[in-house]
Design a protein. Structure first.
Lengths: 270, 135, 529
């Protein structure tokens, strides 16, 4: 059964109140919420090459109506994000119906999530400076000494224009009060934001959290290799705790610190 | 519950980044970069990401205002427009059309700028039309 | 912009940024510059301040405030001397080269160093970097234009670009970065005192005849007043009524005290806005407008790309789209306007405007179209002046350096420059009500070099009194070496520290009437709390 039919059935049977997928508009694929009220839109339903964080949209909808039953067209990365949001009580699995799609098979994995796993071209200047997208974090760490690694990252962070896009687009960033906006940690109003603390604050928060979807790097106007940075954070988490965020419904090792870190679902904006 | 995404263009600087408004039940809930847009290719600056915040601001003007004895009073559109037109026509009759100036805007649409200069030139009869390009 | 944003990344071999704090003011254009740089393009930055972009430039210079003509002439002097200019291009496509050459003769590195403060060898290096690879794109913003010599600065930029054959090629060009989302559109739509849409002069009988027929009315053949002239005319009692749409002149125009006095003399002021701005507060009638997302319509960005914005939600309260307000107001004035929707207005406009003639809402879609787009089949124009300049030959202008209107003196020993910071916009009307942006920067400040701070015993956040010939304001100090010694920088967004109290309304470019917001003499004192 094709996905359009499946969605129609889910809506008509009342299994979901709204289904989040994509539609085509003037040659662009954009996210769309399909409901019984706009069934005629279904003929336009698409699975997009471009990835948006539909699970983040689901959290927005859930804030407004906690028991809303939501369907989502999901790839591996969306599913990992959903798993993580379940374990942190931001969404309930019983309210979410993912329809898995195999959108872009890559050489690295047979049911892969995105084009981002394919090697990205790195600019000549960047290569000269040393940070190469083609290199994996482990090799990067092994091949360079502390001083080299430090100066490379300082260059990358100096380009930041403080758009907060990495946080805003992140499907697993759901804190009501964000440390990046805490004036005790990061001085507000400066461009670039304080180096390296701004990026390290975020990187620390990504440990045990980041589901490696790559949306942050994709949204970064300065092309800072954020995915690379957070992967390194999670390599450590994996080595120490044997935990991969979003891989399953296992509680994060960071919850052992105490219940207070298990955040209640709360509205995102004031 | 209804949720749609509406493409638009950022209204801050002149770059013209493509955005998507996340609309939930008739209210703009957030702003996202439009991934496939030719100008910004799925990226935005801090102002672009916050674009919906000024639209949703509680400070927005919700009705036309007319000043009476130094204080603003809420008015209907008919009252405000009639009052304004009466005074502009009075100035025009007494001092001529060039006693009126119109400042159009780098913030409103092409259609609205077109109409505003048409209003100055055709309805009032003056070429005293300018905007803040210099500022 | 003569060229397109994308070309910086895809075509430019050299990018020369002068008078633009791009990462703060046009971040997504800065993003292209950074990518170009990482892919091997050379980046040159010339700015009096130490801006973020200069951190990864191949070459950075800090010219003295207002010395741009001297710097550009100095570069051209060296280029010609070393034969780095494009002689074939100049012969084929340009005129008046000899006059330029003669003027440039005196701009030796020694003389230019004395005016700009840039070392001779640096000027040479910069000239070499710009001229020996092509295409080279030149980008500028208000750092070039907001001067008494704004027009001279722009013409000098054009001289340099033409000298090296960089106009009319992909990845080259002279590219002013527009500061407002629709400042290009407002100009294109005839929002200027001397032209109808598409820059058709009101003084041209043929253009007037065309519009007169289309609009079914008589039209005045006298060009009107610019905003700068209107303010004086209001003060002299010549202008009695003012209709201000979506602007906040009380904060954006120079010399606030003078402006406040002028506005008091108005017989009737109408403002049309989405907020009760400083200017709206003194109005007689305020029209409440729908904002972006609450109405449909097109914007034209800095690369001449006309794009459609759609209606996402209903207007707040009783607010109306500006096109509806203007139509109803015009009808009440006695000139009937009847439109069902913005596309009707758009179609009327395109029928009268050649550069937009091939556009329709349907064609615009999401990507938009770059003018000129004269026919429904025309794909739009990514860069201008291909093969031939719009005016025929590219004209060189021989230009001599002139000092800014105000230099330092005993009473006002420091130079002030003004501009934007990354989290706010213009007069702050839209950004200061935005929670995220407000939490980034809550109030105005004054940037002071550590040397001056030490000399005057100023610490971060100390309140500083700034005095110019026009007035005084207070602002907290921010100590940073992003401003050179003896210079200060003030952001323009904050009504409680209004920079336009300090700026001059009499110092403006004689042709463009643009005020000299980028240079002014001030005195600073620490306020003892």
């Amino acid at each position: 059964m094709n996905i359009t039919k499946q969605v129609e059935q889910l809506l008509k049977q009342g299994d979901v109140d709204i289904f989040l997928a994509y539609r085509e508009l003037d040659g662009h694929l954009i996210p769309h919420g399909y409901t019984l009220d706009n069934l005629e839109d279904l003929e336009n339903l698409k699975v997009s090459q471009h990835r948006y964080s539909l699970e983040k949209v689901a959290t927005h909808l859930t804030e407004k109506k906690p028991n809303l039953k939501i369907g989502i067209v999901a790839r591996d990365c969306n599913q990992r994000a959903l798993n993580l949001l379940y374990t942190w009580n931001q969404l309930s699995p019983e309210n979410i119906t993912p329809l898995m799609v195999n959108c872009c098979p890559s050489q690295t994995r047979n049911h892969s999530d995105c084009t981002y796993l394919e090697p990205k071209k790195t600019g000549t200047f960047k290569q000269k400076k040393g940070i190469d997208f083609n290199e994996n974090p482990r090799e990067f760490m092994d091949n360079n000494d502390n001083g080299q690694r430090f100066s490379r990252w300082m260059y990358e962070f100096s380009k930041c224009i403080k758009c907060y896009g990495c946080r805003n687009i992140c499907p697993v960033c759901f804190c009501t009060d964000c440390s990046l906006e805490n004036p005790d940690l990061v001085e507000p109003g400066a461009l670039p934001p304080e180096i390296p603390i701004f990026h390290l604050v975020r990187a620390t928060h990504m440990a045990g959290r980041c589901i490696d979807c790559g949306l942050c790097e994709d949204a970064c106007p300065a092309e800072i290799p954020l995915r690379f940075l957070y992967r390194e954070m999670n390599r450590i988490v994996s080595d120490v705790f044997d935990y991969t965020p979003g891989a399953g419904l296992e509680k994060s090792p960071f919850t052992i610190i105490g219940n207070e870190v298990t955040l209640e679902p709360r509205p995102m904006d004031a | 519950m209804n949720c749609k995404f509406v493409p638009s263009v950022c209204s801050y600087c002149g770059t013209g980044c493509g955005v998507l408004f996340e609309v939930i039940d008739g209210k703009i809930n957030s702003t996202l970069p439009l991934k496939s847009h030719p100008v910004n290719q799925g990226k935005l600056c801090i102002k672009g990401w916050s674009l919906h915040e000024y639209i949703n601001s509680y400070m927005r003007l919700k009705a036309p205002l007319v000043k009476e004895n130094g204080h603003f009073q809420k008015a209907t559109w008919d009252e405000a427009i009639t009052h304004a037109a009466k005074n502009f026509n009075r100035i025009k009759e007494t001092h001529g059309p060039d006693a009126i100036g119109v400042l159009v805007s780098a913030k409103v649409t092409n259609e609205e700028n077109y109409l505003a200069q048409k209003l100055a030139r055709a309805a009032i009869g003056t070429n005293n039309v300018d905007h803040c390009a210099r500022l | 912009m003569t060229n397109s944003i994308e070309e910086f990344e895809t075509h430019s071999k050299v990018i020369f940024v002068i008078g633009s704090n791009t990462t703060a003011c046009h971040p997504l254009i800065a993003s292209r510059i950074i990518k170009a740089k990482e892919n091997g393009a050379k980046l040159i930055v010339a700015d009096p301040r130490n801006i973020q972009l200069s951190r990864y430039a191949d070459f950075t210079v800090h010219q003295r405030l207002g010395s741009d003509v001297a710097l550009l002439n100095g570069m051209m002097h060296i280029i010609i001397k070393n034969n780095w200019h494009d002689q074939a291009y100049i012969e084929q496509r340009c005129e008046d080269f000899e006059q330029l050459k003669e003027t440039l003769h005196t701009y030796t590195p020694t003389m230019v160093e004395a005016i700009t403060g840039i070392a001779k060898k640096d000027i040479t290096k910069m000239a070499e970097l710009y001229a020996t690879q092509s295409p080279a794109a030149l980008l500028y913003a208000m750092g070039i234009t907001q001067h008494t010599t704004g027009v001279d600065n722009v013409k000098s930029c054009c001289n340099l670009a033409m000298l090296c054959g960089n106009v009319g090629v992909a990845g080259g060009g002279v590219n002013p970065l527009r500061g407002q989302n629709n400042v290009q559109g407002a100009c294109d739509m005839g929002g200027l005192p001397n032209v109808f849409t598409g820059y058709q002069p009101v003084a041209d009988p043929k253009a007037r005849e065309k519009f007169s027929q289309a609009w079914d009315c008589e039209l005045s053949d006298t060009p009107g007043m610019t905003i700068t002239d209107m303010i004086s005319a209001i003060e002299e009692g010549k202008i009695k009524g003012l209709y201000v749409i979506g602007e906040n002149p009380k904060l954006s125009d120079p010399d606030k005290n003078h402006l406040d006095n002028a506005f008091k003399k108005l017989d009737f002021l109408i403002t049309e806005d989405i907020f009760l701005t400083e200017s709206a507060q003194i109005a007689d009638v305020v029209f409440a407008s729908a904002s972006l997302g609450e109405r449909e319509g097109t914007f034209t960005n800095t690369e001449r790309r006309c794009m459609l914005t759609r209606k996402a939600v209903e207007p707040v309260g009783n607010a109306l789209p500006d096109w509806e307000i203007i139509s109803r107001f015009s009808t009440a004035l006695g000139y009937e306007m009847n439109y069902d929707c913005p596309s009707d207005i758009f179609n009327e406009m395109t029928s009268l405007t050649k550069s937009y003639q091939g556009m329709s809402y349907q064609r615009l879609g999401i990507d938009g179209l770059q003018w000129p787009c004269p026919t429904p089949e025309h794909p739009g124009t990514p860069y201008l002046h291909k093969n031939i300049f719009t005016r025929g030959k590219g004209k060189f202008h021989a230009i001599d350096y002139k000092d800014p209107a105000e230099l330092t003196c005993e009473d006002y020993p420091m130079l002030m420059t003004t501009g934007r910071m990354f989290a706010h916009f213009h007069t702050g009307t839209m950004t200061r009500v935005s929670t995220s942006l407000d939490s980034e920067q809550k109030t105005g400040y004054v940037e002071i070099n550590p040397k001056d701070a030490r000399r005057l015993n100023i610490n971060t956040d100390d309140m500083i009194l700034l005095t110019s010939r026009r007035g005084k304001i207070e602002a907290p100090a921010r100590i940073t070496d992003s401003v050179p010694p003896n210079n200060i920088f003030l952001p323009i967004h904050f009504g409680e520290n209004p920079t336009n109290v300090l700026t001059s309304s009499t110092a403006f470019d004689p042709i463009a009437k643009i005020p000299e917001f980028k240079v002014g003499a001030v005195k600073i004192e620490k306020l003892i709390a």
